[in-house]
Write a protein that binds this ligand. Structure first.
Ligand SMILES: Cc1cc2nc3c(=O)[nH]c(=O)nc-3n(C[C@H](O)[C@H](O)[C@H](O)COP(=O)(O)OP(=O)(O)OC[C@H]3O[C@@H](n4cnc5c(N)ncnc54)[C@H](O)[C@@H]3O)c2cc1C
Length: 386
């Protein structure tokens, strides 16, 4: 017999929901497109800060807060500078505990995966579409030709390009105009001490002239280095000559968009290693989410699938984990017999919260990427500006 609940996607939101349902002894299955547990747990990208008033609450309810604290950097500092290297704000560090500790995405992923019975996660299951059947049950169709039918509830936690979203809303991700290009700087790198001097145990973020430069410490002591800048939507495929040749990309960054940045910031970019990963940043249009959301009994969306936004508030994963907690509590409260009531109440809370995050993130982006950032940003935060 098929389990009543299928979760699509083994990212933070899908796995957190899976763990919370497992704790409550509610049967479920997860379908993930990644080929194996190893490839999912290796999941790259930078650190995530998990907030005390949202993401950490979900991890605590899931019985995972101690595991989280083993990997989290509770004394991470945050430094905000301008393009000339002048520091405008320094928060935390020096043994001071932050309420937003940093954790590598891959560590968070591993903690969640390790907490779920192995046979509940099905790998290499790329969802192609979700369908409502005449008898009211849901079915999930996979790219490998297989189908899982007989489901009472499908929870799509399959991220930005969710295959289930269009059943509920016509909203499609819209390009923000901004790309992140990210790479790294290893412990063995002769310029490691320069990165350490800037970011220490936390994050160094410099802004100016509508651009951003970040250096963030990872759990192994290396640094995640990135730039944010206005580029055309398909820039990374149109400039494959640069994306496939990291030293040419570095030269371009240094001679064009970052040519007038400080020598220390440029030194870090110059000495990064390996390929750059492009992140064109998208968000869902809030007007469509507000006016064109038609709930479908037997289906709902979680995390980025529901409210994808640009990452400028640093809350996406926190809200995604909070969605999982909200939905799991309502499923437990209503029981498997009343899943549709649970979903209705979940969406009544989740959707306005998600729309609010999209709006706040977009507003924040305007200040981060303003001509006179970081001053514009500090003013917006009500902080003194020199
Ligand atoms: C560059 C960048 C930086 C960010 N920084 C931060 C930050 O500092 N702090 C913060 O809070 N948030 C940050 N975010 C946002 C955060 O990453 C997301 O909000 C969070 O990952 C959402 O989790 P999720 O589980 O909903 O989706 P995802 O993390 O996208 O996970 C979706 C899962 O579904 C799987 N999947 C996708 N399609 C299919 C399919 N067709 N079939 C089956 N499986 C599928 C994927 O492989 C993946 O495992 C950042 C985002 C970006 C792009």
């Amino acid at each position: 017999m098929s389990p009543p609940i299928a979760i699509l996607g083994a990212g933070p939101s899908g796995l957190a929901l899976a763990r919370l349902l497992q704790v409550a002894k509610i049967p479920f299955v997860v379908f993930e497109r990644d080929a194996s547990r190893a490839s999912a747990a290796a999941g790259g990208s930078g650190p995530l800060d998990i907030h005390a008033d949202s993401g950490q609450i979900a991890l605590r309810e899931a019985g995972l807060i101690e595991q989280f604290r083993k990997f989290a950097r509770t004394d991470a500092s945050n430094t905000i500078a301008d393009q000339y290297g002048k520091i405008h704000l320094h928060m935390g560090g020096d043994g001071e505990e932050t309420d937003r500790p940093e954790i590598d995405r891959r560590d968070l992923q591993r903690i969640l995966l390790d907490s779920i019975a192995e046979d509940r996660v099905h790998w290499d299951c790329k969802v192609e579409r979700v369908q409502k059947e005449e008898d009211g049950t849901m079915s999930v169709h996979f790219a490998n030709g297989k189908t899982q039918g007989g489901l009472q509830l499908v929870v799509a936690a399959d991220g930005a390009w969710s295959k289930a979203r269009s059943l509920i809303t016509p909203a499609k991700p819209e390009y923000s105009g901004i790309h992140y290009l990210t790479t790294s700087l290893s412990n063995e790198n002769p310029y490691h001490h320069v990165a350490k001097g800037l970011a220490g145990n936390g994050n160094y973020m410099a802004f100016g002239n509508k651009k951003m430069f970040i250096t963030m410490r990872m759990g192994d002591g290396s640094y995640f280095v990135g730039v944010g800048l206005h580029l055309p939507q398909n820039w990374s495929s149109e400039r494959s000559d640069l994306m496939e040749n990291p030293s040419a990309l570095r030269d371009w960054l240094l001679s064009e968009p970052f040519s007038d940045w400080s020598s220390t910031q440029k030194d870090i970019i110059r000495h990064t290693e390996g390929n750059f990963r492009p992140w064109p940043l998208y968000a869902l249009p809030t007007e469509e989410l507000e006016s064109k959301w038609q709930s479908v009994p037997g289906l709902t969306l979680l995390g980025d699938a529901a409210h994808l936004t640009v990452p400028f508030e640093g809350e996406g994963v926190n809200i995604a984990l909070t969605d999982s907690l909200t939905l799991s509590k309502l499923i437990v409260e209503h029981g498997l017999e009343n899943l549709n009531e649970a979903v209705e109440q979940y969406e009544a809370v989740m959707l306005p919260r998600g729309i609010d995050l999209i709006k706040r993130s977009q507003a924040q982006g305007k200040f981060l990427f303003a001509e006179d950032s970081p001053k514009s940003m500090l003013r917006q935060w009500g902080l003194p500006v020199e």
